[in-house]
Design a protein around this ligand. Structure first.
Ligand SMILES: Cc1cc2nc3c(=O)[nH]c(=O)nc-3n(C[C@H](O)[C@H](O)[C@H](O)COP(=O)(O)O)c2cc1C
Length: 176
C-alpha cells in the first residue's frame, strides 16, 4: 500500500487547513495516510548563522518522514497574499538540508480560508515554487468560504465533487 504524508503549513491550534487535511486523508481509503500535526511546532527562524550546525529536531524528523513516504498532501493558509512565515520557514530549512527533498514524488497542494479567495494567491505561488524542492505537483485544490463550505467535519455541496476530481490527478501520479 502506498504511503502518503499529509500535513498543513499552519501553527494555529484551530487550523482550518489542518481540518481540511484530515478530511482529505479520510477520502484516501486505499492508501496508508499519516496526518502529521504541525500545530504546536516551534521552529527557530532560519538564519545562515544557525546553519549548518543547528538543524531543528522537527526539520530532521520531517526529512525522515518525507523520505519514508510515496506522496504528500500539503494544505497552506494564506497570510497577506503569500506563504505564512511558519511554512516558509520550514521550506527554507528543508531547502538547506536537501535541495530536492521531495525527490520527484507527487505532491497534492491545497489551501483554504474563510475568505472568497480560498488562499488561491499563495497556492499559485507554492505550485510554482515547490518544484524547486523536488516536488512533482500533481493536482491542487482551493476551498474558499470555509465557514459556508465545511460543516460537521466535511466539505459540503459541489466543492466536494471538485476535490475528488482534483485528487484523481494525484492518485494517478502516485500509482507511478
Ligand atoms: C496575519 C494574517 C494574514 C492573513 N491574510 C490572509 C490573506 O491574505 N488571505 C486570506 O484568504 N486569509 C488571510 N488570513 C486569514 C486566514 O485565512 C485565516 O486566519 C485562516 O484560519 C488561516 O488558516 P489556518 O487556520 O489553517 O492557519 C490572514 C490571517 C492572518 C493571521
Amino acid at each position: 500500500m502506498k504511503k502518503i504524508l499529509a500535513f498543513a503549513g499552519s501553527n494555529h491550534a484551530q487550523s482550518i487547513n489542518h481540518q481540511l487535511v484530515k478530511f482529505t486523508a479520510s477520502l484516501l481509503t486505499d492508501y496508508e495516510v499519516m496526518v502529521l500535526d504541525t500545530r504546536r511546532w516551534q521552529i527557530p527562524m532560519y538564519s545562515i548563522d544557525l546553519d549548518p550546525d543547528q538543524t531543528p529536531d522537527k526539520i530532521s524528523e520531517l526529512i525522515k518522514l518525507i523520505k519514508d513516504h510515496d506522496g504528500f498532501i500539503l494544505s497552506s493558509p494564506e497570510h497577506n497574499g503569500g506563504t505564512p512565515a511558519f511554512l516558509k520557514n520550514i521550506i527554507d530549512w528543508l531547502s538547506r538540508r536537501e535541495q530536492k527533498v521531495f525527490d520527484n514524488k507527487p505532491l497534492f497542494l491545497m489551501s483554504t480560508s474563510p475568505g472568497k479567495g480560498g488562499g488561491a494567491n499563495n497556492l499559485k505561488f507554492l505550485i510554482h515554487s515547490l518544484p524547486y524542492q523536488g516536488a512533482n505537483v500533481a493536482g491542487s485544490y482551493s476551498l474558499p468560504s470555509w465557514n459556508e463550505n465545511f460543516k460537521d467535519g466535511g466539505i459540503i455541496g459541489t466543492k466536494l465533487g471538485e476535490l475528488n476530481e482534483s485528487l484523481d490527478e494525484f492518485k494517478a501520479a502516485i500509482k507511478g
